[in-house]
Structures are given as structure tokens and as C-alpha cells.
Ligand binder design. Structure first.
Ligand SMILES: [Fe+2]
Length: 279
């Protein structure tokens, strides 16, 4: 067993605008991302990879991707990314051409080997639409990618959750062909987790028999409305991101997801004195 788990940080839904603009006229998403990067850079131990799970920019515009690149420059950890419904594949590919995309056109899928684990990023965007779907080429690629090994665990990242949350206006634009993803995950049991974004809230469930999560955003959260009593709204809640800790074992390992709040907090204070007595 390794001394520390393999660590994959996940940040999501950055919604970067042009300099000086606020998302929905309210949210300074650039400042939020800068605070998030400060938090990532001071994590000890350092994550092995940062995955950005979609909605990198907001409109989308080439100038927003330029701003994003400026804001990401201080990040001291390697990152990989997939688009969300607020992104544009061509603009993102042009702005971030070095992220290891598996196909030279269309969906921005990629796979990254981190230690003994494969990090599989799936592009669930549908050009011109807000809901998600894995297109035929992506499903074929996923089948082949997962089929390339029967021993290495694989962690899947995708923008659109393949499950309902109870927030109706978001569920209407989740992944519409989640059954295809479930079938491939059951066919390839090395797929150990699916981690999504899109809903801007920390959310946990299971999908195809493994853990399924949604990562919160560094800026705004979709309001928690589980009975449709209000129009689609957002809240400024405590910003956060996820750190997925992968512990090796004799099977496909164990994944524990930590929710990490972003901000300046009091502490740390020791629990006990130098003799081990509780203070
Ligand atoms: Fe978003």
C-alpha cells in the first residue's frame, strides 16, 4: 500500500467572462477562480492532477478563453479539462490545444495515466444544446479505452451528471443517454467512479454500481430546490472543490471523495499537547 493515496482534484463550472464582467451580472467568477487556485496550490500533499469538469467559460467567447488562460497560469499542478454546455469545442481546442484530446475533431475526450490509474475524461456536450449526451464516436472510444486493460482502475469525469438530482430544471438538461454509459461501465468493471459537474453543488449517489458525484463550483451554486417552488436560480454558497483520493488494494482500489471549502479559515489547532493529552 502506498504511503499516500493518489489525489485527483476536481474543479468545475468556472464560468469565466471577459475581464471586468460578472456572470449573470452578479458573480465575479474570475476572482472566485483565483481564490480556488490559491487553495489548490497550498494543498499538502499536492494533488497529482486537476480535472476541470466543464463550463470553463460562460458565453462562450474566444476572449473568455484568453482570460481563462491568464487566470489558470498561476496553477502549479498539471490539469486536464472537458467542456460543458457553456463551452465551445472548437474555441476550447484552439485555446487549450495541449490537453491530449483523443480525436482530432468533434468531442474533446481524453485519457490520462496517473500512477496506476486511468483518468478518463468524456465530452458529454451537444453543440448548440444545454443537455448532455455521449455521441456515437465517444461511446465507441470509451468502449475501446476501457477495453484496453482489465487491471488498471479507471475514474471517469464528465460534465453532465448521468443521474437525477431532484432539481428539475437541471435534471431536464442532464445526460440524456445515461443508459449507454451505464452499460459500458458494467461491461468494463475497471470503471470505479463517475464524477460530474453542471449542478454546482456537492452531490453523492451511485451509478452503474459505483460512486457517482457532482463537484461544487468555486463561485455560485444552483439553488437547492427539490420541489420546483422557485424559478431556476443560483445562490452564493460556500465555494468548494473535490479531492478524490484513490487507495490501492488487491482489487480495483477504493475512492474517497473529500469536499474542500475555499477560503481563509481559523486553524489548524492541535487536538493535544506534546504528551498526547487532549487540550
Ligand atoms: Fe455550469
Amino acid at each position: 500500500m502506498s504511503a499516500r493515496p493518489l489525489l485527483i482534484a476536481q474543479i468545475s463550472d468556472l464560468h469565466i467572462k471577459q475581464p471586468g464582467e460578472r456572470a449573470y451580472l452578479q458573480v465575479d467568477t474570475a476572482e472566485a477562480l483565483t481564490r480556488c487556485i490559491t487553495e489548490l496550490n497550498r494543498l499538502k500533499p499536492r494533488p497529482d492532477l486537476v480535472v476541470i469538469s466543464g463550463d470553463l467559460v460562460d458565453t462562450p467567447l474566444a476572449a473568455e478563453y484568453d482570460h481563462l488562460k491568464t487566470l489558470l497560469a498561476p496553477l502549479e499542478i498539471e490539469f486536464a479539462a472537458i467542456p460543458g454546455n457553456h463551452d465551445n469545442r472548437e474555441l476550447m481546442r484552439a485555446a487549450l490545444p495541449y490537453l491530449g484530446y483523443a480525436q482530432s475533431r468533434g468531442a474533446l475526450n481524453s485519457v490520462h495515466k496517473v500512477g496506476g490509474v486511468d483518468i478518463v475524461l468524456l465530452d458529454s456536450t451537444v453543440p448548440g444544446a444545454h443537455h448532455g449526451e455521449l455521441d456515437a464516436a465517444t461511446l465507441r472510444w470509451l468502449d475501446a479505452t476501457l477495453g484496453a486493460s482489465i487491471t488498471r482502475p479507471a475514474l471517469l469525469f464528465v460534465h453532465h451528471p448521468p443521474f437525477r438530482t431532484g432539481i428539475t430544471h437541471m435534471d431536464e438538461i442532464n445526460m440524456h443517454n445515461a443508459g449507454h454509459l451505464a452499460a459500458l461501465m458494467r461491461k468494463h468493471p475497471r470503471a470505479r467512479m463517475v464524477a460530474a459537474g453542471h449542478v454546482h453543488r456537492p452531490t453523492l449517489t451511485t451509478f452503474a454500481g459505483v460512486a457517482a458525484t457532482i463537484c461544487p463550483a468555486p463561485s455560485h451554486a444552483v439553488a437547492l430546490d427539490l420541489d420546483g417552488h422557485m424559478p431556476a436560480s443560483f445562490m452564493i454558497e460556500p465555494p468548494a472543490f473535490h479531492v478524490h483520493a484513490y487507495f490501492e488494494d488487491e482489487n480495483f482500489g477504493r475512492i474517497v471523495t473529500h469536499n474542500v471549502p475555499i477560503g481563509e479559515f481559523d486553524g489548524p489547532y492541535p487536538f493535544s499537547d506534546s504528551e498526547g493529552n487532549f487540550l
